[in-house]
Ligand binder design. Structure first.
Ligand code: TXA
Ligand code: MG
Length: 295
């Protein structure tokens, strides 16, 4: 079991073909056993050993976006143990583009099942220090490498039906996906489609302080145990416990989870997060803000 950086967040990996190795991940994270893991690969040729009936749409997405922050869900091959997929007959596959991840996966020589390297229910780790905060003592090995680049998790798209369905927004946006697969749709709040994404059933990405998403910065109320993150300055910024101003949506996404962790560590009670436009990476960022704010 090895924690390693990727361009999205740190992952906690083990040999995807070894049931006992994968079980250790669930134990270390305290993760519900019906929440499936993404299988990480170093080369596109590995897809055919993990999946069957690979449709055209998936081949197009793989050709365009691998390596990168996209997970493609396909019908699984028998070789993938049920523990990896939470009992589903599908498997999520991703090929990261981070240098350390690539070298690690290449050296492993086997597909690597890896969820984000946080304790279940905590924000995904975007630094090696965050991995240690959650998992020190519970994992034998952590690769440090270059920092992550994006800071929120990969886009997940289900390609098992005729029309591909976006299950989780990420840095590869619906707009990007439609350039190669115009018919792709987003699960949005459609329960039947969302049912395909077990991860969405769990409370996720949540700091201990309560998260309030505000439409504009001046709606955030100052206070010593209040914090603010966003693109514009709040009123009376000196009267907040913490303020993180970001120059762009990219920077906002990059800082978000570490900001949540910093707020937790200093007992912040209310975390105001400025909403962003739901376009491009903004859709993924807004998705994470709304999830973090749901009680
Ligand atoms: O960026 C990422 O995706 C990171 C890095 C480490 O690659 N990994 C990550 O893994 O975020 P995790 O386990 O925290 O989130 C995986 C998400 C969950 O929402 C899970 O339900 C969904 O992907 N998922 C995995 N396999 C699936 C499948 N076969 N069908 C539907 N959803 C799946
Ligand atoms: Mg996770």
């Amino acid at each position: 079991m090895v924690a390693f950086p990727t361009e999205t967040v740190y992952g906690l990996g083990a040999n995807a073909l070894d049931e006992n190795a994968v079980r250790k991940i669930f134990t270390a994270k305290g993760r519900p056993s019906d929440n499936p893991l993404i299988v990480h690969i170093a080369r596109t040729e590995q897809v055919s050993a993990l999946a069957v009936e690979i449709p055209d749409s998936a081949n197009k997405l793989i050709e365009r976006f691998f390596p990168g922050p996209l997970t493609v869900v396909l019908k699984k091959n028998k070789s993938v143990p049920d523990i990896v997929t939470g009992g589903l007959d599908t498997v999520g596959i991703r090929m990261p583009r981070h240098e350390t991840a690539f070298r690690f996966l290449e050296a492993c020589g086997v597909p690597v099942a890896a969820p984000s390297a946080n304790r279940s229910g905590r924000p995904s780790p975007t630094t090696w220090q965050a991995v240690l905060t959650d998992l020190e003592g519970a994992i034998p090995c952590l690769l440090v490498g270059d920092p992550v680049e994006i800071g929120i998790e990969s886009t997940v798209i289900d390609c098992t039906s005729e029309i591909p369905v976006l299950l989780r927004a990420g840095a590869v946006t619906l707009e990007h996906i439609r350039e190669v697969v115009p018919e792709a749709i987003t699960a949005g709040s459609n329960d039947r489609l969302l049912g395909r994404s077990p991860g969405t059933r769990y409370r996720h990405y949540a700091p201990s302080g309560s998260v309030e998403v505000v439409g504009s910065a001046d709606l955030a109320l100052a206070g010593p145990d209040h914090a603010f993150i966003g693109l514009d300055a709040p009123c009376q910024p000196d009267r907040f416990g913490f303020v993180q101003l970001c120059d762009s949506v990219q920077q906002y996404a990059f800082h978000l989870y570490d900001f949540f962790r910093a707020c937790d560590a200093s007992g912040i009670r209310v975390i105001y997060c400025q909403a962003v436009e739901p376009v491009g990476l903004g859709s993924a960022l807004l998705d994470r803000l709304v999830r973090a704010s749901s009680r």
